[in-house]
Design a protein around this ligand. Sequence first.
Ligand code: S3P
Length: 437
Amino acid sequence: MRPRRFFPAGALKGTIRVPGDKSISHRSIMLGALAVGETRVTGLLEGEDVLATAAAMRAMGAQAERVGDGEWSVHGVGVGTLLQPQAPLDMGNSGTSTRLLMGIVASHPISATFVGDASLSNRPMGRVIDPLSQMGAAFEASEGGRLPLTVRGAYPAVPIEYRLPVASAQVKSAVLLAGLNTPGVTTVIEPVPTRDHSERMLRGFGAELTVEELGGERVIRIRGEAELKPQTIEVPGDPSSAAFFIVAGLIVPGSELTIQNVGLNPTRAGIVEILRKMGGQIEEVNRREVGGEPVADLVVRHSDLQGIAVDPAVAPSMIDEFPALFVAASLAKGRTVTSGLDELRVKESDRLSAMAAALAAAGARVSETEDGLIIDGTGGEPLAGTQAAVTTHLDHRIAMSMAIAGLASRAGVEVDDTRPIATSFPVFEALLDGLAA
Ligand code: S3P
């Protein structure tokens, strides 16, 4: 364990640049590994989760090498020609690696065993086992459809039409990636839109993929036995990483900071919209496109935040940002009510109970419901801070959220373990220390 107490350190001032988007980084390595020839990636997030994806693709025959800071070269083997991995694939803490790779393996004539840390081994995989079994893959999973589990791919796999029972980009992507090596057309129907990086990138690599809006649903079709062409990819900055600094700038008095290179894909940008509704001053400058995704620099100023009832419909577009939002709500004036967040209970930790406990320990007024938190904010007064350390449950986003809460507290907030931060945002503490200095 690597504990740390995060103290209030005065106004945050300066300019930072957030590292590459985690979702896009995973996908660039995976699709690069399935293309024939060399894919070059810049701005890749070199966090533990993405490195787990790269190691897995190497174990299945691709070359994926770091050639500079965030610069990677991937030599793909081509769709359909992945090799049998010789050892279990260690997914560490990464649900995205696991679920997307299960999809890739499901339609290849190979088998793979997936293992992970205590957090990942507790997460439900039934949601991908179901559709991939319909496509013909076979699974031996631990109790409750959990890791360790072995996938035996089907060849040829059967194309299916699958309506997502949960709003999950990981499930959608697992089926689309399985569809890549499946004869015919695989269809995913999405009643609620989720992040669309897979669709954008699959098209960029030359897959035949269409998206149609039908009666309020998104119907995504991919033609299998695809031939992917190698690409040059610039990964935009991760809005989920930026969120911690956006909230920090809003809640720490006197702050004014610029966060460069923030991806603002509409399927990801819910946090900016909600914080603005709460009164947050977040200005977008230098709007541009990076790697086919909208990006801007954000100028964030300390703001008097107001509590809000968060419409559950925005949840998918900010699903990873609720821990940070809960911190903002704890400092806002009045009550914030969130609901419809059952999915937060099956993330790297149960984020509703973990954040309720951690914020209460830091002096916030918070109550937990079945599917959300209700928070009565301080109206800008600092939180008391913690005595004992708060528990992060191997969850990077709990650790970073409570670090930010510490900046807006009197006594500081002690986080029991900062190591999980390296899964998604290895330079988080260095950037924070730089701004506070
Ligand atoms: C992700 C999808 C989301 C998100 C995760 C990354 C992705 O998970 O929470 O951090 O890259 O597809 P779900 O699909 O479980 O909602």
